[in-house]
Design a protein around this ligand. Structure first.
Ligand code: ADP
Length: 415
């Protein structure tokens, strides 16, 4: 049996026995004194050997401890990276050359329909159904990302791949649905604003051209044309005012506006009714019904502009002689205060109601324009409602009339 297969204790005993035999051997051929000297020297050598062995073992044990410590540190670090990658909203898939899946995070599972527990080690080709992705990965030109459909219904992804090292690649997927929606909303918005401004501008420049370059107009015709130009100019002014109001609201959203204040609706509602009467110029019967003296918490200017907007709309879309009721009530069942504007005007078809608060959505464009509408009023009201914590409710029946209400929940009510 080779010596290194003996235990340290067996090795020490064997060495001790060898020293004793060596001492006896020396004694047999020389004197006792010489044998003792040789035995002592041999014992000294044995002690040194044992010491060296012990130090070596201690060093080895220390090295093993260090190695174990380093290993657990690396494992903890890998776990942390894995945890961070798992929390990312972006999908991440690690795959090998030859395209077998090695790891992916939960977002990638949702985006690409991968199930790590099932698909681990399988070729991507057999897991991902979209041939565009497979083609992109196989071609190996990852300089530009590609747009693909997510496995989540109705969502879109930007997918790119990067080379990690000689054998590994990473796919990254980014959900761009929201960004896409915002981009197309912005484009629509710019197109709508341009269109809304172009119409009155065309009319004004047309009249100006006629006045400057056309035959001399008599006083009456000139006045008529100037009046039409004034109407178009005020239409543009209304639009710019509404755009500014919307932009102010959006800025306040971003900059976390001032604290809400106590808004006395019993004081505000009669003022709004007076403004409504001024807009109507006696063409409608405008009534107010205030049955509670409760106030609410909110931003007074914003709430006033939303409340007035609903009254202006009622005037706009109620034929002459119609009736408008502005009320402020407490609903004990819902424990909410309700500001409402009820008219017996043209009403709105059921299918149009959900779209009324979209910017520039109008049921009848020419009617709205003719009445000085911009198509932004209800978008502003909705924005104010959300900012102030209340709800906009629209009830309407075509040909019979509409009721627009702002509902203030109990937490906004001040007794
Ligand atoms: P506008 O400036 O065109 O009035 P709004 O955003 O205020 O824009 O309203 C959007 C559309 O909702 C209007 O164009 C109109 O078709 C409809 N609408 C709003 N209020 C009423 C109402 N009281 N009665 C009937 N239709 C209304």
């Amino acid at each position: 049996m080779p010596i290194k297969f003996l235990t340290p204790r067996q090795q020490t005993l064997l060495a001790l026995a060898a020293v004793l035999i060596f001492g006896l051997f020396i004694y047999s051929i020389t004197s006792l004194q010489t044998a003792l000297i040789y035995t002592l020297v041999a014992m000294l050598a044995l002690v040194c050997w044992i010491c060296l062995k012990l130090t070596d073992g201690w060093l080895n044990a220390n090295e093993a401890d260090q190695l174990r410590h380093d290993q657990s540190k690396i494992t903890a670090r890998i776990d942390r990276y894995r945890l961070s990658l798992s929390a990312l909203p972006e999908g991440v898939v690690l795959f090998r050359k030859g395209h077998t899946i090695e790891w992916c995070n939960p977002a990638a599972e949702t985006h690409l329909g991968i199930k790590l527990t099932v698909h681990l080690g399988l070729p991507l080709k057999s897991v991902i159904e979209d041939p565009r992705i497979v083609d992109y990965l196989e071609k190996g030109d990852y300089s530009k990302p590609i747009k693909v459909r997510s496995k989540e219904v109705g969502r879109e992804l930007l997918l790119s791949a990067v080379v990690a090292d000689n054998t590994h690649f990473i796919i990254v997927t980014h959900d761009i649905t929201e960004q896409h929606r915002i981009d197309s909303m912005r484009k629509d918005f710019v197109a709508n604003v341009s269109h809304e401004l172009r119409t009155p501008l065309t009319v004004v420049t047309g009249f100006l051209d006629m006045i400057i370059n056309g035959p001399k107009l008599d006083e009456k015709t000139l006045r008529e044309q100037l009046k039409l130009m004034q109407e178009e100019a005020s239409r543009m002014q209304n639009l710019v005012n509404d755009l500014l109001a919307l932009s102010r609201l959006e800025n306040k959203d971003d900059n976390d506006a001032d604290d809400p204040e106590i808004v006395s609706m019993t004081r505000m509602v009669p003022g709004i009714a007076e403004d409504g009467i001024a807009v109507s110029q006696g063409r409608h019967l405008i009534d107010t019904r205030i049955t509670t003296d409760k106030a609410v918490l909110g931003h007074v200017d914003e709430i006033r502009s939303a409340c007035l907007n609903l009254v202006t709309n009622a005037v706009r879309y109620t034929p002459d002689g119609g009736k408008i009721v502005i009320s402020w009530n407490y609903d004990p069942v819902e424990k909410a205060c309700v500001y409402s504007v009820k008219d017996n005007g043209i009403g709105i078809a059921k299918e149009d109601i959900p779209r009324l608060t979209e910017r520039f959505y109008r049921v009848d464009k020419s009617r709205s324009r003719e009445k000085g509408g911009t198509g932004l009023g209800l978008a502003i009201v909705k924005h104010v409602a959300i900012r102030n914590g209340c709800k906009l409710k629209i009830e309407s029946e075509l040909g019979k009339g509409s009721t627009f209400s702002l509902i203030f929940p109990s937490e906004l009510i001040v007794d």
